[in-house]
Design a protein around this ligand. Structure first.
Ligand code: ATP
Ligand code: LTN
Length: 329
């Protein structure tokens, strides 16, 4: 089985967009790959975040992963800061990178272009740590959103640079786009992505929202005045978004939903989708609470860190020898 790795930053409450675009994909991948998923908490502090919030986000994220069906027997789930090799290789990768290539990273460029102040040195160099995250495990595939593709490309360049400068050490990883055709949009502005950091809470469904509230958000989702139920993302983006949500959660092809609703109104469709979302969240949250009650999270993380360290420690030892840190042969 090929190895696959990805990380998510515990920076906010997860949304239905995160579930559809990332988590549900990971659940699928766990049967096809040797999968490593970690919580990128060292990346989370590149912008200020309170310890209490970081702690809570981390616990929620793991519990939601498990509640969504990630099975610790199939996937290694761990906390980045539990495996010290990330920080060690991160430093070496920082020293392998050029200022110029980091300055070209769009995420960093966008932030500086917007005139944001208080940008930390960590935010500037985080793609180096991300490269280390990937290369430590010899991951062949890295599923990420389009915004992270450039960072995986930097990891490829750094792997090749290291292999060339020292000797063959790292597998050159490939990005895998997970969200093609599966981008979920804001319920209030269907031209914008549904995201954790959205300011209008009516547009976003949090995975931990009260299911009744989530139903209301679906009922008041923005559609259009055409009044015809069809899948036309260009002219009816709000309706297309709702159809996508229904299709993924109810596992029914969009065409089948559309044909069931011929000649019917948006209200009726929204009622069904509202119910689907209600049922989905109720089920997910029941599992989430059960996982918290049974205090499973700590155990999963402990075992995950052990398994991850086995691979990562071996790799960093090899790197230390090649770089010349280890003085005994
Ligand atoms: P932020 O609001 O802070 O930008 P985000 O909600 O966009 O955060 P990320 O942490 O950047 O989320 O992404 C985590 C994962 O979820 C990524 O793989 C990303 O592609 C996916 N994802 C995020 N939002 C959506 C969405 N609306 N539709 C589909 N996938 C999404
Ligand atoms: N930078 C990513 C999270 C991340 C990651 C990784 C993803 C950190 N390390 C390694 C894939 C592989 C983000 O901001 N979403």
């Amino acid at each position: 089985m090929d190895r696959m790795l990805s990380g998510i930053k515990p920076t906010g409450r997860l949304t239905l967009g995160n579930y559809i675009g990332a988590i549900s994909q990971f659940v699928k991948f766990q049967d096809q790959y040797e999968l490593y998923i970690f919580i990128a908490n060292q990346h989370a502090i590149t912008v200020p975040i309170e310890a209490k919030e970081l702690r809570q986000n981390t616990k929620d994220l793991i519990a939601l992963y498990l509640a969504s069906g990630l099975d610790p027997k199939k996937v290694t789930l761990f906390l980045q800061s539990d495996v010290s090799a990330h920080a060690k290789l991160g430093w070496i990768m920082t020293c392998m990178s050029y200022m110029g290539e980091l300055q070209r990273m769009t995420q960093y460029k966008d932030k500086t272009a917007k005139g944001e102040t208080g940008i930390t040195a960590g935010l500037f160099t985080y793609p180096c740590l991300m490269a280390a995250d990937i290369l430590l495990y010899d991951a062949k595939y890295v599923p990420v959103g389009i915004d992270q593709k450039q960072h995986v490309e930097l990891a490829r360049n750094l792997a090749e640079r290291f292999n060339h400068r020292y000797s063959d050490t790292f597998i050159v990883p490939e990005p895998v786009m997970t969200t093609v055709g599966q981008k979920i949009y804001s319920l209030q502005d269907p031209t914008k992505k549904m995201s954790k950091s959205e300011t209008n809470p009516k547009g976003t469904i949090d995975l931990l929202d009260d299911p009744n509230l989530a139903r209301k958000k679906i009922m008041s989702a923005v559609t259009d005045s055409l009044g015809v139920i069809q899948y036309d993302p260009e002219n009816q983006p709000g309706l297309a978004n709702l159809l996508t949500i229904q299709s993924v959660l109810a596992k029914e092809p969009i065409e089948a939903i559309v044909s069931r609703y011929q000649g019917k109104g948006y209200g009726e469709l929204k009622k069904e989708i509202g119910q689907t979302v209600y049922d989905f969240l109720s089920d997910l949250q029941a599992k989430y609470r059960d996982i918290q009650d049974k205090k499973i999270v700590d155990q999963v993380l402990l075992e995950g860190a052990k398994k991850a360290s086995l691979i990562a420690d071996k790799k960093i030892a090899k790197v230390y020898r090649k770089v010349g840190f280890t003085i005994t042969k």
